[in-house]
Design a protein. Structure first.
Length: 280
């Protein structure tokens, strides 16, 4: 199909995991068959607004710098710089958007789901069109009751797909997050806390979900998904500048996050990018 500009593709904001980077998430997503997802969207991969406050699990696997979106305590019930992060992302989406969807891994997925829940309840992004789609990879809910009673008050009516790994230490919280969405698609995989390599079955499920999205929102012509003939997809990697009197507050280095089952706290599990070598 000739002459189709990149601007006509649906636009997705992609948020990376804790102490990694936008460029790392971009590389992780490139493991997927591009015809099943990436070819059909304009994707942006910004960096988190804070430099990593401790060791990154991808050191030696992918080059620095590394970033984080906010910081948290060992029980994942208290958060540092979360409101500043939310304000930054809302401004980013309003000024550089509008965006049609969000994609996130781990901390990025957890944060994306929060934005979706808050937007549905009228708390944020009031001047931004409703987000249409969400791709969650190893996401989870926030645990602060004051956040939960707003963000997850009602089922979030956004088309969503949730990748959940059998060996992921966030497997149960990821499933719990999926139940916060209306009619979610869950794609299980045998791997751990990672952006998974997709087998043929998972790829076809993602391809079908993508096609339904494009068909619903008018990006299908003659039964085929519109794809730019000259360039598959564009990714933008930006590093924001944060001014805070020359000093950016950082929290204590934390390497553990709780796993939650049936609303209760289980022993904490180490925060890691499992099977890191397979992600590179």
């Amino acid at each position: 199909m000739e002459g189709r500009s990149e601007e006509k593709k649906m636009k997705i904001l992609c948020l990376h995991g804790f102490r990694t980077s936008g460029s790392f998430l971009q590389k992780q997503i490139s493991k997927w068959d591009s015809s099943a997802f990436a070819d059909h969207f304009h994707m942006e991969f910004p960096d988190g607004i804070f430099p990593a406050g401790g060791k990154s699990e991808i050191e030696g696997i992918f080059p620095p710098p590394y970033f984080e979106w906010f910081q948290y305590d060992k029980d994942f019930t208290e958060y540092t710089n979360l409101e500043e992060c939310i304000s930054y992302l809302c401004e980013y989406m309003t000024s550089r958007g509008p965006f049609d969807g969000l994609l996130g891994f781990s901390q990025g997925a957890t944060l994306s789901a929060l934005l979706l829940g808050y937007q549905a309840q009228g708390k944020v992004l009031k001047d931004h069109p409703p987000i249409k789609l969400f791709v969650s990879i190893s996401g989870a809910k926030f645990r602060d009751p004051s956040i939960c009673e707003i963000a997850y008050k009602d089922p979030i009516n956004v088309r969503s797909v949730h990748f959940i790994g059998a060996k992921d230490w966030l497997r149960l919280p990821s499933g719990e997050l999926a139940t916060s969405f209306h009619n979610p698609l869950i794609i299980n995989h045998p791997q751990g806390h990672t952006v998974p390599r997709l087998d043929e079955d998972a790829t076809e499920k993602l391809r079908k979900w993508t096609k339904e999205i494009l068909l619903h929102y008018g990006s299908i012509e003659n039964g085929e998904a519109k794809v730019d003939d000259t360039k598959s997809h564009e990714v933008i990697h930006k590093t924001p500048v944060v001014e805070n009197g020359g000093a950016i507050p950082t929290a204590e280095v934390i390497h553990k996050t709780p796993v939650v089952e049936n609303g209760g706290a289980l022993p904490t599990a180490e925060t890691r990018v499992a099977n890191a070598a397979s992600q590179a």
